[in-house]
Ligand binder design. Structure first.
Ligand code: ADP
Length: 535
């Protein structure tokens, strides 16, 4: 070998080494393919090049990258890949065929290419792709180009395989990140030092911590327990040797403080959280991470508390009328009592009214249980005259109060509607009785009707204590009674509005309320309105 040839070989080897280093470092498949092509073309002094890669099943090859070929001409080269498949051991036979096809393509594409070298990119015995280097008719490839390219192709194949694996792992990671992010439950991942590394959207909503702020912080900064229902929190459990082999999961429940921007700490709302911590261990049994699933139990706990209140309220509500009835009946039947007809009549009226109250309460309870059992159905009749129903309700309530005036105000053209008469009376009863109950100083209660093209409305307006804005969201909830001095004094189960809403919604209507001061500054009281469709 001549001295010059030796020098060239050394240079080529050094070049190969440099490229192979660069290739190993490149994990982006797109950039890697470009690097491989550019290097391959330069290595053998070609003009252009192309890489085709096998698809996932390894069945078909597709052009994955080109070099020195204008993008709009790339499609012309596809037949070169599909038309002359690679067959191991028959590589030499393919060359004249490949050169002919290339010339056809080059003519169509108006390119001067006429020579081609094609080599497989093989990894672990399988051909994962093909690399093509093209040359114009006026130039020659370097001496021994196919062999030179072969050792290069081996390196390139390894790099391609790695980049593809990396891409796959990355895609998998993105998928699992997206699953975590979209999970309806709160999810966070802690490292072994209990710093947060993952914090999903649901958890942000629950705790009020933006993920960007929570990530990197210590667990205890973000989950601040105000009180615990379970025995230990995460830190105490870890101090007590958690995770134990037979008790891998740790469940912690309690009241936690929501994160708020406000600096006023006393303003922070508490939420009930239930967190299950699951440790991730490495092969040596050391904990590497902790995955925490977080549930917001606030509503569930609130409902539990409400159920408890309900039981005590309901037993009181049932007992009061029964005690009154029993008291009056007992007095009346005393053998020594000689009751005047007036006392007799008054006492019997009280007994009748209390029996009515009891009946209304039992009706409400039955409706609630029907709603819960899903057997609530309307008994529809047509031609319901809401103005007449309103007048009846007004008249009946007028006999029960001396402090309030009850008026109705309906336009003459108020149409009849289709619906469940008994249930609509129940709604009017509930709204008017609330109007009376929650205006202890008396005042005017108006039942007003309005006609709209598609629907009619009925509004019950009082001049009472009103409803504070902060309580508006829960007023229609089951068993909910606002905690004010009056609700502690007045009788009620917190079911009236819940049932009214269910009844109106079953009629495809809506029910809502607003403070009278919204219409007229300083005006006291509340207006409850429901709408019903006209057809
Ligand atoms: P109840 O009257 O039996 O307590 P409701 O479901 O009818 O139950 O009402 C729920 C709560 O809403 C009441 O306890 C009361 O605090 C509040 N509320 C209802 N209507 C009015 C009103 N017209 N004015 C002020 N507060 C009201």
């Amino acid at each position: 070998m001549s001295r010059a040839l030796v020098d060239i070989r050394i240079l080529q080897r050094e070049y190969l080494l440099a490229i192979s280093r660069a290739m190993t470092a490149e994990l982006d498949l797109h950039d890697l393919l470009r690097l491989i092509l550019k290097s391959a073309v330069e290595l053998v002094a070609g003009q252009a090049g192309m890489i085709a890669l096998a698809d996932e099943g390894g069945e078909t090859m597709r052009v994955a990258a080109v070099y020195g070929i204008p993008p709009h001409l790339v499609d012309h080269f596809a037949p070169l890949v599909r038309g002359i498949p690679y067959r191991e051991g028959h590589e030499g036979e393919a060359f004249p065929e490949l050169a002919n096809q290339l010339k056809l393509i080059a003519r169509e594409a108006d390119l001067a290419l006429s020579q081609v070298i094609r080599l497989p990119l093989s990894s672990g015995g399988t051909v994962i792709g093909l690399i093509y280097v093209f040359q114009t008719g006026n130039y020659y490839f370097v001496e021994d180009a196919p062999n030179l390219l072969r050792s290069f192709a081996e390196q390139a194949a390894i790099a391609v395989r790695n980049a593809r694996l990396y891409q796959q792992v990355n895609q998998e990671k993105q998928r699992s990140d997206a699953i975590l992010e979209q999970s309806a439950d709160g999810v966070m991942i802690l490292d072994r030092h209990l710093h947060i590394t993952v914090f999903n959207k649901a958890l942000s909503q629950m705790t009020g911590w933006p993920a960007t702020e929570a990530i990197g912080r210590a667990h205890d900064d973000v989950i601040q327990w105000a009180s615990l229902k379970t025995e230990a929190d995460l830190r105490t459990a870890l101090e007590n040797q958690w995770p134990l082999p037979n008790a891998a999961y740790l469940y912690v429940e309690g009241e936690a403080l929501r994160h708020q921007d406000s600096s006023c700490a006393s303003d922070r709302r508490a939420i009930t959280l239930g967190i299950t911590y699951a440790p991730l261990m490495d092969a040596d049994g050391r904990m590497t991470d902790i995955i925490a699933n977080v549930r917001d139990l606030t509503r569930y706990r609130e409902e539990e508390a409400l159920q408890k209140t309900f039981i005590s309220v309901i037993s009181h509500e049932l007992k009061t009328p029964v005690a009154i009835i029993k008291g009056y009946a007992g007095t009346l039947r005393r053998p020594e009592g000689h009751w005047s007809p007036q006392i007799l009549a008054e006492s019997l009226t009280v007994i009748e009214e209390e029996a009515d109250n009891l009946n209304a309460l039992i009706d409400n309870l039955l409706e609630v249980s029907r709603l819960q059992a899903g057997t609530f159905t309307l008994e529809i009749s047509d031609e319901i005259n809401l103005p007449r129903l309103a007048e009846n309700v007004a008249r009946r309530f007028a006999t029960q109060t001396t402090l309030h005036r009850i008026e109705t105000d309906f336009p003459d053209d108020y149409p009849t509607i289709i619906g469940d008469e008994r249930r609509l009376i129940q709604v009017l009863n509930n709204l008017v009785s609330n109007g009376i109950k929650y205006s202890p100083d008396g005042g005017l209660i108006t039942i007003r009707g309005e006609v709209h093209p598609q629907h009619v409305t009925v509004a019950v307006c009082d001049e009472g204590i009103g409803i504070p804005a902060r309580d508006q969201y829960r007023i229609f909830q089951k068993f909910s009674r606002l905690d004010n001095a009056l609700s502690r004094k007045t009788e009620g189960t917190g079911l009236g509005l819940y049932l009214s809403r269910a009844i109106i919604e079953a009629h495809r209507g809506r029910i809502w309320f607003h403070s009278n001061s919204d219409d007229e500054p300083g005006a006291p009281g509340t207006t409850f309105t429901f709408s019903l469709p006209r057809d």
